[in-house]
Design a binder for this molecule. Structure first.
Ligand code: F6R
Length: 615
């Protein structure tokens, strides 16, 4: 959570830092702030609210010139979102300025110590403690800023990506990371700092991604020196060449990133299987699996750990892996797994799924699984992310940047990667017939085109959204492969429209949820012709006889559900295991349109952030 940006070089820092914060706003958006230095004075503006509020405030309050600047967009942890708790925070002398993404867990004891030594604190944040701790080290130990940051961080417990400068020595910014991402863009005699590369993509393609436990001193005209925070050794940084382009991180002609990302799914899925799926030859190439094939074939079981939407993708994978590859699978919330002393052995494979690759609970689950001797395979979207680096092997989803807070294309591309893995293992194990294997490969290749067809229902879905936008509750039902899709549909509605929604396996209805059904209750039922169609139709009849309102997600040409439902939304026909890739689409559009009609902030729903880097 929280986004940080910095610049030191020959350009005006303010527009770069401001634009950078706008691009990182998906990481947190309850308050924002910027500090600039223009060789004479330090100028700091911060405010509760969005980056747009900060822009208005800053431009009316201060002169925005200066070639050094840092900025922060916040998702509050310690201290409510208000002007005082917003970053940057300044040390008691007024010299040091810091921005921080993460949590300093031992801040209370540090604060007590510093208070005894005469330090005063204005905010409730852990970050203000950190900046004064660094100042205290400079004064006590008579060391330079870089050394002081290192000593201070050796006294802290927690997670951080920080950027700090000293206004009395305004030719350097010191940065450090542990548990929160931090990239340094290396331009032509100019340097950029950011939580991800999006703030500097139009200025440079070269970036250093700090590893956990590393810090860097970024000096004007002199370059970047990286060292380890805890053992002080120097590191020769690897400069990555970025693959991002500006178009990927702009809304283009869409009203919201979420809508753009829903519509990107056909191309995102093609990018996911490009170079991997060779349907004509009947081959799936995935280096992360090929290099570890024996291990996968001999695995006693697969344990999938993830959170939120990624956890739903894990549930779909459970059905697919067990059905096709006959490997036992368990799916766990990473946040539960990490604290429940799970039984994990060296012949278990743990698959960690994460769009951002930064989710704190998923990361902790991976570390625990590795300690217990398991082999960890990461399925991440963000290239170079912490989880992708911590895993023993992995496969990227290649969905491109997902900026809307509600996950859409990440989900379908995760399912695509996991399906490829399941098919590859099924073939190697001989648990799938040749005919079925080839049919699945060929069908997977047609999915992008079928999603295009599913997207053509958009106007009709808008009508359905209009009809049910004022509902206070909503049920989502599905069976088999589509049970997790029901969970995902309910999550999408909850998170962007704030309407209470629950997902259930359709047959569970009778064990409780049916009591909720009356003429006020919309029930979205995934009833594609494959799978347990007749049984789902019976469930629909049960809802109908209790006056529930039925929205059926059906296979094109369906008539049985059409006769019973209030509305049907069609998706093309496909193999049962691949239906989630199609049935998800109308559910994403339905929640999108309801949220827009209710006037909600679709891309930045309240209380949420894109990367949950705190537990
Ligand atoms: C829901 C959503 C979240 C994330 C969850 C995990 O739309 O976006 O539930 O899926 O926070 O995030 P990642 O996949 O980045 O680990």
């Amino acid at each position: 959570m929280c986004g940080i940006v910095g610049y030191i070089g020959h350009r005006e820092a303010y527009p770069i830092v401001l634009k950078g914060l706008q691009r990182l706003e998906y990481r947190g958006y309850d308050s924002a702030g910027i500090a600039l230095y223009d060789e004479k004075e330090l100028k700091v503006s911060k405010t509760k609210g969005k980056v747009a509020d900060l822009k208005a405030k800053m431009e009316s309050e201060v002169d925005t010139s200066g070639t050094l600047g840092i900025g922060h967009t916040r998702w509050a942890t310690h201290g409510v979102p208000n002007d005082v708790n917003s970053h940057p925070h300044i040390s008691n002398s007024g010299n040091l300025v810091v921005i921080h993404n993460g949590i300093i867990e031992n801040y209370e004891s540090l604060k007590k110590e510093l208070t005894k030594r005469g330090y005063k604190f204005e905010s409730d944040t852990d970050t203000e403690v950190l900046v004064n701790l660094i100042e205290d080290v400079i004064l006590k130990e008579k060391v330079k800023l870089g050394k002081a940051v290192q000593i201070a961080l050796n006294q802290t417990v927690g997670a951080y990506a920080i950027a700090v400068f000293d206004k009395s020595k305004p030719n350097e910014i010191v940065v450090a990371r542990l548990g929160s991402p931090l990239a340094i863009g290396v331009g032509d005699d100019e340097y950029f700092i950011a939580s991800d590369a999006s703030p500097f993509i139009e200025f440079t393609n070269n970036a250093i991604y700090l590893e956990d436990g590393e810090m860097a001193v970024v000096r004007r005209h002199k370059g970047v020196k990286v060292r380890k925070i805890f053992d002080d050794s120097l590191v020769d940084p690897y400069i990555h060449e970025l693959q991002l382009n500006l178009e990927q991180i702009e809304k283009n002609n869409f009203d919201h990133f979420m809508l753009k990302e829903i519509y990107e799914q056909p191309s995102a899925i093609k990018d996911t299987y490009r170079g991997r799926l060779h349907a004509e030859e009947g081959i799936i190439r995935m280096a992360g699996i090929d290099d570890n094939l024996e291990r996968f074939l001999n695995a006693r079981r697969i344990v999938i750990v993830a959170c939120g939407t990624s956890w739903h993708a894990g549930l779909v994978a459970e059905y697919i892996f067990e059905d096709l590859a006959r490997i036992p699978v368990e799916v766990e919330y990473a946040s539960e797994f990490r604290y429940r002393n799970p039984i994990i052995n060296s012949d278990d494979i743990v698959i960690a799924i994460s769009q951002s690759g930064e989710t704190a609970d998923t990361m902790a689950a991976i570390k625990l699984a590795k300690e217990k001797g398991a082999f960890v395979f990461g399925v991440c979207n963000v290239v170079g992310s912490s989880i992708s680096r911590e895993a023993n092997a992995g496969a990227y989803t290649h969905a491109g940047p997902e900026i809307g807070v509600a996950s859409t294309k990440a989900f379908t591309t995760q399912i695509t990667v996991l399906t490829l893995i399941a098919l590859k293992l099924a073939k190697a194990k001989g648990t799938i017939s040749n005919t079925d294997y080839h049919m699945h490969l060929q069908e997977l290749e047609t999915i992008p085109q079928k999603i295009e067809i599913a997207l053509e229902e958009n106007d009709h879905i808008k009508e359905v959204a209009f009809k049910y936008k004022d509902a206070r509750n909503c049920l989502y039902l599905g069976r088999g492969f589509n049970f997790p899709v029901a969970l995902e549909g309910a999550l999408k509605l909850k998170e962007i429209s704030y309407i209470h929604a629950e997902g259930y396996p359709a047959a569970e209805m009778k064990h409780g949820p049916i009591a909720l059904i009356d003429e006020e209750m919309p029930v979205v039922v995934i009833a594609t012709r494959k799978g347990h169609y007749e049984k789902v139709v019976s469930n629909i009849q049960e809802i109908k006889s209790r006056q529930g309102k039925i929205i059926g997600i059906v296979t094109e040409g369906d008539t049985s559900v059409r006769d019973l439902a209030d509305y049907v939304i069609e998706v093309p026909d496909t193999i049962e295991a691949l239906t989630p890739l199609l049935t998800t689409i109308p559910l994403q559009l339905l929640s999108y349109h309801i949220a827009v009609m209710l006037g909600k902030n679709v891309d930045q729903p309240r209380n949420l952030a894109k990367s949950v880097t705190v537990e």
